[in-house]
Design a protein around this ligand. Structure first.
Ligand code: DGT
Ligand code: CA
Ligand code: CA
Length: 576
């Protein structure tokens, strides 16, 4: 039987379709529909396959019409998309790789292919070296030089995966390994366990009985595209999705030492090993040794104990002061998903979300949340159907009505209001005054100078109704750099004004960054870990926000939405 299809597989297929359509010069709307669908599915915290099995209608997802839903169904059922198969027959196979070279859009790829028969990155490099490209219309010597440099940079660049994307592959593989006879523990270590926002490869650790066929089965896993190496206790493969997996099978008594070793980070491990050396001990992936004698290694706790340290949570293991804190007995008690009592950023159908107020409320309650703030976009953001004052007033009425009958959860009236270029807000004071909270967001003018951008955000915070700053840096992981702003000054200003910062848990954002969480904590500014849910499924993203918060050393008391509703209401009353 074929292996189950993951959302990330569908994303790869839809992106490939969009690329090939672009090279063919297809209708831009059609291309964009595939790109949007790829992103939506990639970010979906639930597998489309599972939704289909459950009989859910995929056209309920934003951006997925009936044609795209049918294609998702085809891919889930067959692992293929006939449209992509057809496009691939029409164009040379390696041509999409050319699109990944910075500076090469589909138009240029098309010209290179049609005029010079360039089909691969190698051919591109040769054509540039031979000076053939400068002769093409619209290219020139400068462009040729840039292409040559970009090709060289491309070769040295390694691909990383967003944590949530890596999780799709890791979870499926873990389940597969767990079913193999003789397998005991299966843990995904490495940066994945440390909850880094992106993951270079997966490092999986397995304990198994000696007769377990785990290695043989692993290399025959249906998603394996290439086997780099395979032996008795370790193997390294490339999955079809492009992610590399290193598997180690370890003896039970070495489990803790191996887990510690392969969780990293490398710099944390080196620091721990150095302490051990000072005590005449040797730490490696098999255990802790004094001379030839093994003195620890079955659990991580036992490894740390040999250097007189308590167990350190993986998210802290970056050699950023966690060892000193552990030694001083001052490790933070990191916030946990179950500490969250509410969510302060969510959308419904009223703007660009996909579900109703009631559906969102029920989904949040099912997760054990006590309150949920509805924060639609404001009018300036027309692409997201932002609300004008009348529409917002109507929604406020609807929330008030719904709250009288909802049990076990309270909806809060909010808005994700655009912060305009001069720092004013996109809706008038009188309108904002009725809300429980105002989430301000920068959605435009990312290119302002550092001074102007900082001033803009601080001015927004001066506004008496402003509550918290959404996705404070504006970055999109691997897609858009943060805008230039002085975050420390912004954090301090938030403190002064009694405002808060959001840690947006969307897998593509994870914004605040971990180091900025630490700054917020140091400055005494509470952080709101928020899903930014656009559908009931998106609440599942909160766990990635919590992971990021933990990497930022945040404790329960540092997080705004660990407060009960009563406590929260007091905090939302600005005293300025
Ligand atoms: P990644 O995959 O780039 O997101 O980051 P990691 O941290 O998963 O790094 P990776 O996959 O190269 O190695 C996994 C872990 O193995 C790493 O966190 C620590 C350990 N490790 C790898 N190489 C070394 C090394 O040379 N020395 C030590 N002490 N540990 C290493
Ligand atoms: Ca790794
Ligand atoms: Ca690795």
């Amino acid at each position: 039987m074929a292996m189950p299809v993951h959302n990330a597989d569908i994303t790869v297929i839809f992106d490939a379709i969009a690329d090939l359509l672009e090279i063919q010069g297809a209708n831009p709307f059609r291309i964009r529909a595939y790109r949007n669908a790829a992103r939506i599915l990639g970010d979906l915290p639930q597998e489309a396959r599972v939704l289909l099995e459950r009989g859910d209608d995929l056209t309920r997802l934003p951006g997925i019409g009936s044609d795209l839903a049918a294609k998702v169904g085809e891919i889930v059922a067959t692992g293929h998309c006939s449209l992509l198969d057809r496009l691939r027959k029409e164009l040379p196979p390696a041509i999409t790789e050319l699109l990944k070279i910075p500076g090469l859009g589909p138009k240029r790829v098309k010209a290179l292919y049609h005029d010079l028969d360039v089909q691969t990155v190698e051919q591109l490099q040769r054509a540039a070296q031979d000076g053939l490209i400068r002769a093409l219309p619209g290219f020139g010597a400068k462009t040729e030089q840039n292409i040559l440099q970009a090709v060289q940079a491309h070769a040295s660049q390694s691909r990383r995966f967003k944590l949530a994307t890596a999780a799709q592959y890791a979870d499926a593989l873990r389940a597969f390994l767990q079913e193999i006879p003789g397998v005991q523990q299966v843990v995904v270590a490495g940066s994945f366990r440390r909850m880094r926002e992106t993951v270079g490869d997966l490092d999986i650790l397995v304990t198994a009985s000696p007769d377990s066929p785990v290695m043989k089965r692993f290399t025959r896993y249906d998603e394996v595209a290439e086997i780099f190496s395979s032996g008795e206790t370790r193997a390294s493969v490339l999955l079809k999705s492009g992610i590399q997996v290193d598997l180690r099978v370890v003896a039970k008594q070495s489990y803790g030492a191996a887990l510690h070793y392969f969780t990293g980070s490398k710099s944390h491990n080196i620091a721990i090993r150095r302490i051990a050396q000072q005590r005449g001990l040797k730490i490696n992936e098999y255990g802790v040794f004094r001379g030839a004698q093994r003195i620890a290694g079955d659990s991580e706790e036992s490894v740390y104990r040999t250097v007189d340290l308590p167990w350190i949570p993986p998210e802290l293991r970056e050699d950023r002061g966690e060892i000193e804190a552990a030694r001083a007995g001052r490790l933070p008690r990191l916030v946990e998903l179950s500490d969250l009592k509410g969510d302060l950023h969510a959308h419904t159908r009223a703007s660009d979300g996909h579900d109703s107020l009631r559906e969102m409320a029920h989904a949040a309650r099912a997760l054990g949340l006590e309150y949920l703030a509805i924060t639609e976009h404001s009018r300036r953001l027309t692409v997201a159907h932002g609300l004008d004052p009348q529409q917002l007033a109507k929604q406020c009425d609807a929330i008030d009505r719904l709250n009288t009958e909802l049990k076990g959860i309270t909806l809060l009236k909010g808005i994700e209001v655009d912060i305009l270029e001069d720092g004013s807000l996109d809706l008038p004071d009188a309108v904002l005054a009725r809300l429980d909270l105002v989430v301000g967001a920068v959605h435009s003018k990312f290119g302002l100078s550092r001074a102007s951008q900082t001033r803009r955000i601080m001015r927004a915070m001066d506004h008496p109704h402003f509550t918290l700053l959404a996705h404070p840096t504006g970055r999109l992981i691997e897609r858009r750099e943060p805008y230039d702003a002085d975050m420390l000054s912004i954090i301090r200003h938030a403190k002064q004004r009694g405002c808060f910062l959001e840690l947006n848990a969307h897998p593509e954002r994870l914004d605040l960054l971990d180091s900025q969480c630490q700054s917020a904590k140091e400055e005494g500014v509470l952080v709101s870990i928020a899903s930014d849910a656009h559908s009931t499924f998106d609440f599942a993203n909160l766990k990635y926000g919590v992971g990021q918060a933990r990497r930022g050393w945040l404790e329960k008391s540092d997080v705004l939405n660990t407060r009960t509703l009563d406590e929260l209401r007091k905090l939302l009353k600005r005293t300025m």
